[in-house]
Design a binder for this molecule. Structure first.
Ligand code: C5P
Length: 243
């Protein structure tokens, strides 16, 4: 007895058919994975918190003119979003060296980068999401030239805005991952922000203690991931639990 059609199940979210054409329901799970799903677990209540944090951030981004797929939150774990044709790239923005860039280039974690970097990874689990250049993106037509210009401009704008927003609550925005999708209007298409923004896909460090407040707590077995996610929500003034 299925009440609606599942369109896609990812590692942390499920997409269901929405109530109207062109819409989907995005459901946030408590499941957590790392290292391309080699490590699996759950973070109790994560889905509820991430639904709230992502709602808050996408709403704030819409206020500064970033087009997003978010329409409205439906309940504790679900939000109504616009259906997009996902662009198969993970767009990573980095302010401070951490994670794979620190490892790849032998840079100390926590070192400020000379300037903000944007990296593109091909969204392909089987290949382990390889780092790709803009030349690869153009050659294999994963996104068009104008689309890439829009994506880079939005990524920088989002970084500037969110760095300030987090700094205001004593959090350093170290890096984050974005995904974009196309929506069609007749023969034309435009790119909008899709997916989510939560501690699952960014690095957030406490300004004073450098304590990690994101999924690295799970990846590195540091413990306290539930409390860390809750603390991010609390500082942003995003309530969780009640509806
Ligand atoms: O692992 P790496 O240092 O490349 O991750 C950069 C940023 O992108 C981190 O904030 C991480 O949480 C995010 N990311 C993600 N999904 C991936 C890979 C990275 O959300 N598949």
């Amino acid at each position: 007895m299925s009440r609606r059609r599942q369109i896609y199940e990812g590692k942390a979210k499920i997409l269901y058919e929405g109530p109207e054409p062109g819409t989907l329901i995005q459901y946030f799970k408590d499941d957590a994975t790392a290292f391309n799903a080699q490590k699996k677990g759950t973070i109790n209540g994560k889905g509820v918190i991430n639904n709230r944090i992502s709602e808050y951030i996408f709403t704030r981004l819409a206020h500064i003119g970033i087009p997003t797929h978010f329409i409205r939150r439906l309940n504790m774990r679900e939000q109504l979003v616009r259906q997009v044709e996902i662009i198969p790239l993970e767009v990573v923005v980095r302010n401070v060296a951490a994670g794979s860039i620190a490892k790849r280039f032998g840079i100390e974690e926590g070192e400020m980068l000379p300037h903000t970097l944007i990296e593109y990874y091909l969204k392909d689990d089987a290949l382990g999401d390889p780092l790709v250049s803009e030349e690869h993106i153009a050659a294999f037509n994963w996104a068009g030239h104008e689309e890439m210009q829009d994506i880079a401009a939005m990524a920088i704008r989002i970084n500037d805005f969110l760095s300030g927003m987090f700094a205001a609550v004593d959090i350093r925005l170290i890096d984050f991952k974005l995904e974009f999708g196309r929506i069609y209007d007749g023969d034309y298409s435009r790119v909008i922000l899709a997916d989510e923004f939560s501690p699952d896909n960014c690095r957030l460090w406490d300004f004073n203690t450098n304590e990690k407040m994101d999924k690295d707590r799970f990846r590195r077995d540091l413990g306290g991931e539930e409390e860390a996610y809750q603390e991010v929500a609390r500082r942003l003034g995003v309530l969780s639990g009640e509806d």
